[in-house]
Design a protein around this ligand. Structure first.
Ligand SMILES: [Zn+2]
Length: 288
């Protein structure tokens, strides 16, 4: 049975379960036009030092082995949770060693799987204050440009909040929270150093910065001023962030076909692409 929860997204309630098998409410698939592309199976791989990729062809998940537990970034869709844990195991790690799950944004495609992942690993979920609100409710915020889609995902009972610039320490790793609002006002990017021998590289896991919306939303409206100001703040943050390797929440957002982009200009180019897209959108809305 399909339940329509948005313009292009449906929840598949019976999800391949036989009459006798109990349905796991936290991994009930959310299926949309792009789900198959987002969740294209991809082998897990080591990126650099203690940093690994455990996500999919069209959705990123990073894993950091701090020596005193694992940190996972993002949870993809609800049905992706078991696949993420399988990828963690394929690398030789135990999902129960995941201590923290960091969230980039409270949307179903990046946060839908977090409820199942935290239940199954015991991990603490960490997000920005506005991101935490969205993760608890499992619903889009009133000021979300995609609000009219009314997407939802399994909400969380407990989320720890972290503010812009705060650092999370675990084992050999310090992850810095970098607020990157705009796409959602709770969006947060994450940065840390991964080292091999004496060479350390600055890794950035960047939240989505694309100025997309539900139909009828206007970025040029007075009520959208906070969103536009948020994007500007994110562009400034991305210009300043130490960035040797960029992982974007959807790999394709980095403008390449690979799972990450290397080079000091990667984060700047990412911000500039969003800046151009937002400028185009505003110009179109204002009739140029
Ligand atoms: Zn999103």
């Amino acid at each position: 049975m399909f339940v329509k929860i948005g313009l292009s997204v449906v929840v598949l309630l019976s999800a391949g379960a036989s009459a006798s098998a109990p349905v796991d409410p936290l991994t009930v698939p959310i299926v949309g036009e792009r789900t198959a592309e987002w969740l294209a199976p991809t082998p897990p791989e080591k990126l650099y030092g203690n940093t690994y990729l455990v996500g999919f062809g069209g959705l990123s998940n990073a894993l950091i082995d701090t020596g005193r537990g694992l940190i996972l970034i993002d949870g993809a869709l609800p049905q992706a949770a078991p696949m993420i844990m399988a990828n963690v195991k394929r690398l030789g790690f135990k999902p129960s060693d995941i201590k923290y799950i960091l969230s980039t944004e409270p949307h179903f495609d990046h946060a839908g799987g977090i409820a199942a992942l935290t239940r199954d690993t015991g991990a603490t979920v960490i997000a920005s204050p506005r991101g935490a609100q969205g993760l608890r409710s499992g619903r889009l915020a009133d000021d979300d440009p995609q609000r009219a889609y009314a997407h939802s995902f399994p909400g969380l009972a407990r989320v720890r909040e972290i503010r812009d610039g705060q650092k999370l320490r675990l084992g050999n790793t310090v992850v810095t929270a970098v607020a990157t609002p705009g796409h959602t006002m709770g969006s947060m990017s994450w940065s840390w150093q991964a080292c091999e021998a004496r060479r350390c590289r600055n890794i950035v896991f960047a939240s989505s910065l694309n100025p997309v919306s539900a139909e009828g939303y206007r970025y040029s409206a007075r009520t959208s001023a906070g969103i536009v100001a948020g994007f500007k703040r994110s562009y400034a943050a991305m210009q300043l962030i130490p960035c040797d390797v960029l992982i974007t929440a959807h790999p394709s957002q980095s403008g390449s076909n690979s799972r990450y982009v290397e080079g000091p200009g990667a984060c700047k180019a990412y911000a500039e692409a969003s800046e151009r897209a937002l400028a185009d959108r505003l110009a179109k809305e204002r009739g140029r």
